[in-house]
Design a protein around this ligand. Structure first.
Ligand code: MG
Ligand code: ZN
Length: 221
């Protein structure tokens, strides 16, 4: 005997879908906030040791005379990266994520509430150092940049195709070490093209500044 009044219900929740959906909504809000203040925002992702911080330092050296820059440093525990960028006369916000291995849109939102956005025109976000999950969480930026380094060995791209796919631009960093490592950059770039034939790829040395100009140009900065 069934009584419609007392029928039990099962609610099915796809937790991944709901969590990602909530993040997408928060990211859209961030994008609105950036737009309203005329701010260009760039999310920089990559494993620990690929030179994300050094890339941002190099960009700041290039651009600080032209734009008022704010840098967000996502890190599990330290302020090392924020301190390095701050030494270039750029304002920084440290976001310590504790155990979270990526930044999400709400973390950025909270951070945005702590500054006077009218003071800035350009925001660099250094994501937490890992190449797996940051790409899955939109932050509401204009450009998502993935940094791979020739020091990581030949398989970084092949092993992280989704991250590559989510990117707007890829930097192959530490290009100054290619000869010493006998690294095949063409092969790495071919792996990127395999994932996305139209992906803009930039060979850069954050250390020497090689290739930075072209990258800056591609960012329309
Ligand atoms: Mg760093
Ligand atoms: Zn994560």
């Amino acid at each position: 005997m069934t009584n419609p009044e007392n029928e039990s219900k099962t609610v099915n929740i796809d937790i991944r879908k709901d969590l990602f959906g909530a993040n997408e909504n928060a990211a859209a809000l961030n994008a609105e906030i950036f737009k309203k203040h005329g701010i260009v925002a760039v999310d920089i992702m990559g494993s620990v040791g690929t030179g994300k911080t050094q890339l941002i330092e190099s960009l700041c050296e290039h651009l600080r005379g032209k734009y008022r820059i704010l840098m967000f440093a996502g890190d599990l525990a330290t302020t090392i990266d924020a301190d390095r960028v701050a030494s270039h006369g750029v304002d920084t916000i440290q976001i310590n994520t504790g155990t979270a291995c990526h930044l999400d849109a709400r973390m950025i939102r909270v951070a945005l509430q702590k500054v006077n956005l009218a003071d800035y025109q350009l925001v660099f976000i250094e994501n937490v150092g890992n190449l797996i999950c940051p790409a899955g969480y939109s932050l509401g930026v204009d450009k998502k940049v993935v940094v791979v380094s020739v020091t990581e060995g030949p398989y970084m791209v092949r092993k992280h195709p989704l991250t590559i796919k989510h990117a707007d631009m890829i930097i192959i960093n530490k290009i100054d070490l290619v000869d010493a490592l006998e690294f095949d950059v063409d092969a790495l770039e071919a792996d990127i093209r395999e994932v996305d034939a139209k992906m803009p790829v930039f060979r850069v040395s954050s250390k020497t500044g090689e290739g930075i100009d072209k990258f800056v140009e591609a960012l329309n900065l």
